[in-house]
Write a protein that binds this ligand. Structure first.
Ligand code: ARG
Length: 651
């Protein structure tokens, strides 16, 4: 870089040269501009290709460790020890307008950005792109950066509760994680299909229909289908277990069981389900109503969580036979042949992986997958003796169907780890059939259990009850601060939003795979890294602007060089990390990565207020600080939205 150029000219020159580097987007991610500069400068020092250095420049864990990190051993330079190379290169690193001389830490070089160019790159960029800053919609193009190539499509299957059964903890986590992933991929420019795969098929739905005939009530069904169907489900199951006990008793006594089994509830349910499979119109009509009324009810709960679905699929909709369906999601709206369970099963039979066992169709994985893995996969039932399908067969069919219908580039199943085996079997079948392309496009995003979740109604959990209980609890917590509570305009609404934030933040606090305890007291506290604390931090930040009364135009025109205090510099360094944080999350699929980032941001922010005062400071300095706070507000808000939270401005 020539010494007589202004900083702006030098930055511009770097922006132009970025095209040499793959996955480099300085217009969207200021850190990339620094990466280009460091790579080029180090290339001059070392004689190595800048393109080799560029991808090795990593993010650091914390600010104390620098803004970028180069592990020298990763460059694989022969003949000199990495520690010596690091020391020599640091020594030879020339004065730079963008970064300080690198700090040597054994075989690592740590780079710290200079404040002036960082402020200049980061703050205006955020203020000009308030709602989108941090995301990179170019990633969703089939050829990165090339709009002509079209967008990638991703199907995200999540939530997927079972009709007439409680919406349990696993469904709640799936909903939260799936909602987040949908936002994440949407921000990355993907065409996202949010798909809810309802559990709505199988013998138990035959049983439910029998139950409805015995105990059903039209009015109750219309009013609260989910509760009503569940009550029926419980009652009819009580009768079934009575029947089972009776059979056991007869068996133990060596007596004839047929008087109970023949025409018993279990047999009736099987027959009813068979009629469902055979498309008996009357039977299908009833089942459709259960399904539709339940979906309407679910939609209301999902809306409270800021979640919507593009399609309510379900086990019942997986086609037995191939059918011509409309391609809703493709631009050309061609009529299109969907694949079906039968096609999938034919493929399985052709590959020879299915076999008959006592009249049923099964896959014995141990025959095709050697060793422990095959043993662990075990045997799986695909179709029953009476010809009705099973969970696994429907999933295989659904995968092939979705592949045809959506022509997805990627499909994610957000399902609890307790179904790990099922998904492994599913993916293995695709592999054994030899469709490696399809196999490479599907992924299981798993998660652990939520322990100890119960509501006032009991340990059987319904989403609405959980949200209501947490909202009530939040309301109690808010009332404790009387003065503040008096100022809240709509306490019920705020308590509801804060309650939902509490649940979601607690859920996303750890890695997905960890189990956690559902703790209403901890999650609704304003202390610690909780939902209410995050909301409070955002609302407090918003209140600064109403008090200061400076126009947006003045804030955007602020002289950023006035921001010199370490607190201000650290805040902008953290802001600069947002795009990288999001990009990294696309790899890990961990909401906690974004959440942890936001808490770091809010901690840094809350400890800055005393130092970076707004009210009472000189007008120019005040504007500069407001610009910093405004950028911070935008990033926190975007981060919260990405996680599916509704940021409140006053509370
Ligand atoms: N409905 C299922 C359950 O609640 C979850 C569905 C998971 N997805 C799948 N493709 N099998 O257990």
């Amino acid at each position: 870089m020539a010494a007589d150029q202004t900083l702006a000219e030098q930055l511009e020159q770097l922006r132009v040269s970025q095209t040499e580097f793959p996955a480099c987007y300085p217009q969207l991610n200021p850190v990339d501009l620094f990466r280009v500069h460091v790579a080029k400068t180090l290339s001059d020092v070392t004689g190595l290709d800048a393109k080799t250095i560029y991808p090795l420049l990593q993010r650091t864990q914390t600010l104390e460790h620098g803004d970028l990190l180069l592990p020298v051993p990763a460059l694989k330079v022969k003949g000199e020890k990495p520690n010596d190379l690091a020391a020599r290169w640091a020594e030879q690193f020339p004065d730079s307008p963008l970064v300080n001389k690198p700090v040597v830490d054994a075989a690592f070089l740590r780079f710290f950005f200079k404040p002036a160019p960082l402020l200049q790159e980061v703050i205006p960029s955020i203020l000009q792109n308030r709602t989108t800053w941090g995301t990179n919609p170019l990633l969703g193009y089939k050829i990165p950066g090339d709009a002509q190539s079209g967008r990638k499509r991703i199907v995200i299957e999540f939530s997927s509760p079972n009709i007439a059964k409680p919406f349990h903890q696993g469904h709640l986590r799936s909903t939260i994680i799936g909602g987040f992933l949908s936002n994440l991929y949407e921000g990355a420019g993907y065409d996202v299909v949010r798909l809810n795969y309802l559990g709505d098929w199988g013998k138990q739905y035959g049983l439910l229909a029998l139950g409805f005939k015995k105990f059903g009530d039209e009015k109750a069904l219309e009013e609260d289908p989910i509760q009503h169907l569940y009550q029926i489900y419980v009652k009819i199951n009580q009768l079934v277990s009575k029947e089972r006990k009776e059979i056991e008793r007869l068996e133990a006594a060596g007596e004839d069981t047929s008087k109970v089994t023949d025409g018993g509830l279990d047999e009736q349910a099987r027959q009813y389900f068979k009629a469902m499979c055979d498309n008996d119109p009357e039977v299908i009509e009833l089942w459709k109503r259960f399904r539709e009324l339940s979906i309407e009810r679910y939609k209301k709960s999902y809306a409270r969580l800021n979640i919507h679905f593009d399609t309510y699929a379900g086990e019942s909709l997986v086609k037995e036979e191939s059918q011509v369906v409309k391609k809703q999601f493709c631009v050309d709206l061609k009529r299109h042949k969907a694949q079906s369970m039968k096609t999938a099963e034919k493929k399985m039979a052709d590959t020879g992986i299915t076999e008959l066992s006592q009249g049923a169709t099964i896959v014995d994985f141990s025959k095709y997958v050697p060793g422990k893995v095959g043993k662990a996969l075990g045997k799986a039932l695909v179709r029953k003796k009476d010809g009705t399908s099973l969970y696994l067969a429907r999933d295989v069919g659904a995968m092939f169907e979705r592949n045809k219908l959506y022509e997805f580039d990627k499909m994610i199943y957000v399902v609890a780890t307790d179904q790990e085996l099922h998904l492994k079997q599913l993916f293995k079948i695709v592999e054994l059939i030899g469709d490696n392309d399809l196999r490479s496009r599907v992924e299981h995003v798993n998660f652990g259990l939520v322990l100890g979740m119960s509501t006032r109604r009991g340990t059987v959990v319904f989403l609405d009850d959980v949200l209501r209980d947490v909202g009530d609890k939040m309301h109690e917590v808010m009332k404790k601060n009387e003065a503040k509570y008096a100022q809240v305009t709509d306490p019920d609404k705020i308590a509801d939003i804060l309650g939902i934030s509490s649940v979601m933040v607690q859920d996303m606090s750890g890695k997905r795979i960890n189990n956690y305890h559902f703790n209403m007291d901890t999650m609704t506290s304003f202390e610690g890294d909780t939902g209410p604390y995050l909301q409070y931090s955002h609302a407090r930040l918003c209140s600064i602007f109403s008090k200061a009364g400076v126009s947006t135009a003045d804030i955007e025109a602020a002289d950023l060089s006035l921001l010199t205090e370490p607190h201000a510099i650290n805040l902008v360094r953290l802001l600069a990390r947002f795009p990288d944080t999001i990009q990294n999350t696309l790899k890990t699929h961990e909401p906690t990565t974004v959440l942890t980032y936001l808490f770091r941001m809010t901690h840094a922010l809350n400890s800055s207020y005393d130092v970076l005062k707004v009210i009472g400071s000189e007008p120019e300095l005040m504007k500069a600080r407001l610009a910093l706070y405004d950028a911070t507000r935008s990033v926190i808000k975007s981060g919260m939205r990405l996680l599916g939270l509704k940021p409140v401005e006053r509370m």
